[in-house]
Design a binder for this molecule. Structure first.
Ligand SMILES: Nc1ncnc2c1ncn2[C@@H]1O[C@H](COP(=O)(O)OP(=O)(O)OP(=O)(O)O)[C@@H](O)[C@H]1O
Length: 399
């Protein structure tokens, strides 16, 4: 019976449509303002104004038609009538109740989406697959080489994925495609089951956060607090909720005592932790670390890696870490190996490290621990794969 009622898919479609038509309306408004400006400067004829007024009128009418759709109200009324048919003892009562509660939730959320004009609404997760790429392909210019070549991969919610590959193999380009800074020339991408298009990018993007390589290029605020607040303000988060969100995010990276400090006075590791807090404050489900530790000193690297492992252990976030630090792959659930724009291997660290000669053939180092394991094996001492040095030493002691 549930099939005949609306569900999260319909709500997502509605939000995306609202968002698309709101963008068109905003665009028409912008064009109208630009035209008025040109007319006042004598660059356009007054009569042209009418064309833009008409365009704006049509865009507004189309937006209102979408926003006024009665489908969620009708769905709710149907579910209500159906629910009222059953008494508590009826075997169909429970299912009808669930449908009624769900229809009420969908109606409430559809109203909220209209109020926010589809822009600040969140999409529902339609699947446990955090990211699915199908044949994603990209080149920087139409006649320049393909730098991301038919990449297909499926990553589940809560996984920690290390992306490795030699310089120029396409790792950063891939991350820019995922966050929507670049547009693929072919292939497709879904985030939690939501197919990403040019039109819905700004709403799907809310699932994503990114931390870049250079800690100095990521600051906008004059204090740590202002900096974390910046993204929240951009999302028009209720100011009453802001302080709590800032403190929670700062605590997660152990920077809660630095909220009034000037970001530029912090160490590299601390700056990166603030950048992580700024990303976390927006509650993204997926975080991309784009070589986030590569510019830090050993202490800073250690601090940031600790936070990344802590985040992994909560399993609340899906994490992608683009890295040159081969030791980091031992912390990952899965490893993507890029070579010349292609995803040449995808698997657990153990699977990836099985074929060491292959890794060497594409100019990748073997993690230090794996090198020690390899040398021990040559001496006839076989130890199973270890995630860190302490674990390895423990195993050697037992031999
Ligand atoms: N803005 C750009 N315009 C043109 N080509 C680019 C641009 N950025 C990167 N490339 C090219 O795209 C290819 C992939 O680069 P990308 O930065 O994605 O690789 P990467 O694996 O992240 O490298 P690195 O480890 O050095 O950061 C390279 O050949 C690079 O020269």
């Amino acid at each position: 019976m549930k099939d005949i009622y609306l569900n999260n898919n319909d709500l997502n479609d509605f939000k995306l449509k609202l968002n698309e038509y709101n963008d068109r309306l905003a665009h028409a408004g912008q064009e109208y303002v630009e035209m008025k400006f040109k007319i006042s400067n004598g660059e356009s004829e007054k009569s042209e104004k009418l064309i833009y007024i008409e365009k704006h009128r049509i865009a507004k009418k189309e937006y209102n038609e979408i926003a006024k759709t009665p489908i969620f109200k009708d769905n709710f009324l149907r579910a209500k009538v159906n629910f009222q048919k059953y008494s508590k003892n009826d075997p169909k009562y429970q299912e009808a109740l669930e449908i009624y509660v769900e229809a009420k939730r969908l109606l409430k959320n559809s109203k909220l989406a209209i109020r926010e004009r589809g822009v600040s609404g969140e999409l529902s997760k339609l699947s446990n697959v955090a990211l699915e790429l199908k044949d994603l392909t990209f080149s920087y210019k139409s006649n320049s080489p393909i730098v991301v070549n038919k990449v297909s991969v499926k990553v589940n919610q809560g996984e920690y994925v290390a992306i490795i590959g030699h310089n120029g193999s396409g790792k950063s380009t891939l991350s820019k495609l995922i966050i929507g800074v670049l547009t693929p020339i072919s292939g497709s991408m879904s985030i939690f089951g939501n197919h990403v298009t040019r039109n819905n990018l700004n709403i799907v993007r809310k699932f994503l956060g990114i931390v870049f390589q250079n800690p100095d290029n990521q600051f906008i605020g004059s204090t740590v607090k202002d900096d974390i607040a910046f993204g929240l303000e951009n999302r028009r988060i209720d100011p009453k909720l802001m302080q709590e969100k800032i403190e929670t995010a700062a605590k997660k990276v152990r920077m809660e005592n630095f909220l009034d400090h000037e970001p530029l006075m912090l160490s590299g590791g601390q700056k990166q932790r603030v950048a992580i807090a700024s990303a976390l404050a927006l509650s993204p489900d997926i975080i991309i670390f784009d070589e986030a530790t590569s510019m830090l000193d050993p202490k800073g690297k250690r601090e940031v890696k600790e936070i990344m492992v802590e985040l992994k252990n909560t399993r609340e976030k899906t994490i992608f870490s683009i890295t040159h630090d081969m030791d980091e792959i031992l912390n990952a659930d899965k490893v993507m190996v890029m070579n010349n724009g292609k995803l040449v291997k995808f698997g657990s660290p153990e699977e990836i490290l099985e074929d060491r000669n292959f890794l060497r053939s594409i100019h990748l180092d073997i993690p230090f621990i794996a090198q020690v394991e390899e040398s021990l094996e040559e001496l006839g001492i076989k130890v199973s794969h270890s995630d860190n040095l302490d674990e390895l030493v423990g195993k050697i002691w037992k031999k």
